[in-house]
Design a protein. Structure first.
Length: 193
């Protein structure tokens, strides 16, 4: 990360270094002696090691205490259950307890019974009051199956107190008897924890 910045001629403190720009040999501390600027080999300079030590001192690893690093998490939603005689649109909601930025929606549709052949669509996808779809059209729920590819999104960030809502609509033949369609969903994303 820092080597890319150095190749452009900027050091960590933001000062320009002509030696780095010109590709001359640069002294990078006693452990590494001289190296060619902009080379492929990654060199941890004394300055970088000092910054890493300072970060560890400011944020000690205390057992049982929450950290402050960017980590991957999942946000789960209640199961939407379509039954005979029930509503054809069900909205589920989740309230993250940490600042959360979703990246991938995962939806699993489970069907039971001969009449459970209807199409399940996502008719609502809100983070707070902001729609996460680029048009008002419904999205196919099964396009976000666990084995789907190219479904990564850059969703709006949800801070504590902001709800994320998904609305599922079942279209097609009406469910009969004990037939059901279950829709489970979650969003995989990142938070600081």
């Amino acid at each position: 990360m820092y080597d890319d910045i150095e190749m452009l001629g900027y050091m960590l403190d933001g000062e320009e270094d002509d030696d780095e720009l010109m590709g001359r040999r640069v002294y990078s501390g006693p452990a590494r002696a001289y190296r060619r600027a902009g080379g492929r080999r990654t060199v941890v300079s004394a300055r970088k090691r000092t910054l890493m030590r300072a970060k560890r001192a400011l944020v000690p690893a205390i057992p049982g205490a929450p950290g402050n690093a960017l980590r991957g998490f999942a946000l789960g939603f209640p199961i939407a259950t379509f039954t005979s005689g029930g509503p054809t649109t069900i909205e589920v909601q989740a309230s993250p307890q940490l600042a959360f930025k979703g990246a991938r929606l995962v939806v699993v549709v489970s069907r039971a019974g001969a009449t459970s052949t209807g199409l399940v669509t996502i008719s609502t996808f809100l983070v707070g009051q902001r729609d996460q779809r680029v048009s008002g059209g419904a999205l196919l729920a099964e396009a976000y199956a666990p084995n789907a590819f190219q479904t990564v999104m850059a969703l709006d960030q949800a801070t504590p107190g902001i709800d994320i809502r998904l609305g599922f609509t079942l279209t097609g033949p009406a469910l009969a008897g004990a037939d059901t369609v279950l829709v489970g969903s979650q969003i995989i994303g990142a938070t600081i924890a």
